[in-house]
Ligand binder design. Sequence first.
Ligand SMILES: [Cu+2]
Length: 442
Amino acid sequence: MSFRKVFSLPTFFSMVLFVALLGNQFAKAQNQDSTAVSISAATDSASTAAASPAIPTLISTDVDTTKMSWNLGDGQGNKVEIGKAETDYSAAYKSFAYYSLLFFLFCVFIGIIGKALRAYELTRAIQGKTEGVNWNRIQGVLFAFALLVGLYGAYWSYTNQGSMINHTSGSVHGEKIDFMFNVTLVITTIVFVITHILLFGFAYKYVGSDKRKAYYYPHNNALERLWTIVPAIVLTVLVLLGFFTWRGITNISEADQKKALNIEVTGEQFKWTVRYAGSDNQVGLRNYKLTTPTNNLGIDFRDQKSWDDKIAGDIVLPVNRSVRFTINSKDILHSFYIPEFRVQMNAVPGMPTYFQFTPKYTTEEMREKTNNPTYEYVLLCAKICGSGHYNMQVKVKVVSEQEYQEWLVQQPLFYNDDVKKEMQAASQKAAAETNKMAFNTK
Ligand SMILES: [Cu+2]
């Protein structure tokens, strides 16, 4: 068999992919900071590329908002500057150039080996020796090697990164979600190991040989039944488990909805505004047409339910009490995401969505559980909604009922003096206009 056949395009690309992945893992391992693993999904290359001292960790709520990309002027009529981010991307560019060069070198290396082998085969042919390199054998060994490396890689990622998925859930329903994930993970891991041993093991053992002939085995009904029915049953179990878990979390009776503490959050580029319902536990009506600089949620203050609504910088929740979030968006899709509560729900403009859950551990208890004295729950946005997306963070504090009540009393009302003045001015203007009309019609 010639070199060209062995180094066909698919083989070549799979090897390139393998090396690229290996390089990537290596780079990640080098950049990994064991102290910043609270949110595993967020530790991507961005954190290492843009690691400036001003942003301590990705989940920090102390991000300096003056460094946000939207700088809306100084309020004195000066020019509005857009997109003035101060992030330094040079590290990212360098790393990209480095890996591009590495990839190029690898291609050259493969090319040189190929040419050398071709020269070897041609020399043997000139010498009259018909037996060249046994490529089948080499391919078989490569398959066995790929199996061992692949299984070790899976083992490595489970043991090294597995702890990232193992965080204690901070909510009651979170435990059901974790159970579902664990069941799925165990089943898929077993299937993954068995199928890969069979796949690569067979390719190694029954590698092409002149000494034996392949056994002709076109069909077997029992086998067909087995590999149709078993996966069907397993998948049905997984799907139903997911369906009932999700239903149990989201299908809440009206009585339970009424019992819950009502909080409204509104996403916009790039912040969350939190509104507590106040003593009546009902947030007042809203209408986007009423939006003004003093009333940026467009709250309809003619609705008296809104008079006790409170603005909150952080979200503070009483432990072991059901809370119901009404989730809105003012502009585009955002996503209400508190990973440690296993809560995620899209924020859709024009269509409120809901998520009701019960926090199980206070922030203090979580600090003890995670052995991290600075631990915080954080509300994030899980939709890449624009340049300031990363900054859509609100600290969530879970405290005792008493601490919650004490905190709530101190929060300011939406229905403040500025709003009252604005409403008064509007009603005076309206009254003047009706007077004018009445006068004109006389
Ligand atoms: Cu967002």
